[in-house]
Design a protein around this ligand. Structure first.
Ligand code: FAD
Length: 397
């Protein structure tokens, strides 16, 4: 029987890798460990918040991986890794031995860097930066918000999952408010002085929402210093200004998912250093780290990046198991954002591995043009929905 590869995490990176290992070499036995029976995607979760996509339409199961690709899917949590003995321990008590291990645990939050919030305040002050219950709670709070209220959104510092995500969220919350509570306001208190596709977002906000969305950069008092969870009040650094929120969506600073720390795969940055050709850990040989948890050169932390890395890690593992040379991969990432249901903008890039790291290929990417016609924006919104259908069927279909 062929080699056994255990993949931990059935999100964008892990589910892709499990499927493509089986596609690239049907002799390889693959076990995917993921606690959830149903995975709700963060991509398109802002569309749900905007009121034009159901949560069940962005929720996917593991039936196709089991039935069509013969992946052994185990719904359990990995609690420890023994890199020398090549085994993983499951919360259920079982151990699995592996020839190679792939880890795609996503992100965790740096609550220690936030004064006034921690994991126990998540229900009152949702981040909704892992989709599912958190997204539902945020939507319920938005529905309960009074007309004329303030939705305060606090984006995280770099690096974090989905660089345009907070600004798409602000847009689609404004869309919902414009339709339902038009006297309300979205206030973004940002620790940063700039963000992804900024010019395009700001143009879209002015066109569609007038002055409903206000963005305050870090250097102008946007950095939040402390939060009072009970009164939903945030205090910003400069002059300790208070902002009272009706809904507070605080997205904490981020680090690699907990398992990456338990397995000793992180460095002092809180993320996992890897050989950027094969995604094999620089700390523990035989373990590959992909997706948001990995340090992947110029690639952003996105579902599309994780999908691309899942395929490349699968190809590298199959080559290593056969004793073949590992190829130098190219990757692609596209991040669509909706400013409104019919208003899409994009950033796209191609990346290449060379000289030890992944960097962007000059001239091969770009962003949507400024000042485009409404027909152009509508077409991009249509492409965004097509992107979602095709990537989710590539990962879970
Ligand atoms: P995840 O998809 O988070 O998967 C990690 C999985 O590991 C989880 O299912 C978890 O249950 C499992 N797990 C964790 N620990 C263990 C353990 N110990 N044992 C077993 N399993 C474990 N990206 C895009 O490309 N396009 C977009 O439009 C886009 N929109 C976004 C919008 C929002 C609001 C947000 C928050 C993100 C968005 N993203 C988007 C980013 C995207 O969601 C992430 O980059 C992507 O999910 C990363 O994939 P991953 O495999 O690293 O982690």
């Amino acid at each position: 029987r062929g080699a056994h590869v255990v993949v931990v995490g059935g999100g964008f990176g892990g589910a892709t890798c499990a499927k493509y290992l089986r596609r690239y070499d049907s002799d390889v036995r693959v076990t995917l460990v993921e606690p959830k029976k149903q995975y709700t995607t963060c991509p398109a979760s802002n569309w749900y918040l905007g009121g034009f996509r159901d949560l069940q339409d962005i929720t996917h199961g593991y039936g196709a991986l089991k039935d069509d690709y013969d992946v052994n899917v185990v719904h359990d949590m990995v609690t420890g890794v023994d890199p020398d003995g090549r085994t993983v321990r499951l919360a259920g008590g079982e151990s699995l031995s592996y020839d190679r291990l792939v880890v795609s645990p996503g992100i965790d939050f740096r609550w220690d860097r936030v004064d006034g919030l921690d994991a126990s305040t998540e229900e009152r002050i949702p981040h909704a930066w892992k989709a599912g219950d958190q997204t539902r709670i945020l939507r319920q709070q938005l529905e309960a918000m009074p007309n004329g209220g303030t939705f305060v959104l606090v984006p995280p510092p770099n690096p974090f999952r989905c660089p345009p995500g907070p600004y798409e969220r602000a847009s689609l919350v404004a869309h919902y408010l414009q339709q339902n509570k038009p006297r309300s306001k979205v206030l973004i208190l940002d620790p940063k002085d700039g963000f992804s596709k900024q010019g395009l977002f700001e143009q879209g906000w002015a066109e569609k929402y007038g002055d409903m969305i206000e963005w305050v950069p870090g250097s102008d008092g946007g950095t939040v210093h402390r939060v009072d969870a009970d009164s939903r009040t945030v205090f910003t650094e400069q002059g300790f200004t208070e902002h009272k929120a009706d809904v507070l969506n605080f997205v904490p600073p981020q680090k690699a998912g907990k398992l990456a720390f338990q397995a000793g795969l992180t460095d002092e940055s809180g993320w996992c250093p890897v050989d950027q050709q094969s995604f094999e850990s620089e700390i523990h040989p035989g373990i590959h780290v992909i997706g948001d948890a990995s340090i992947a050169g110029a690639m952003p932390k996105s579902g599309h990046s994780a999908n691309s890395q899942g395929k490349m890690a699968a190809a590298a593992i199959v080559s290593q198991l056969r004793g073949d040379e590992v190829v130098s991969p190219s990757h692609v990432n596209t991040c669509y954002s909706l400013v409104g249901p019919e208003y899409g903008i994009t950033v796209a890039a191609v990346y290449r591995y060379s000289d030890g790291s992944i960097s962007g290929v000059e001239g091969a990417g770009g962003v949507s043009p400024m000042d485009a016609s409404s027909g152009f924006r509508k077409q991009e919104a249509h492409y965004a929905k097509g992107w979602y259908e095709s990537i989710t069927s590539d990962v879970w279909g």
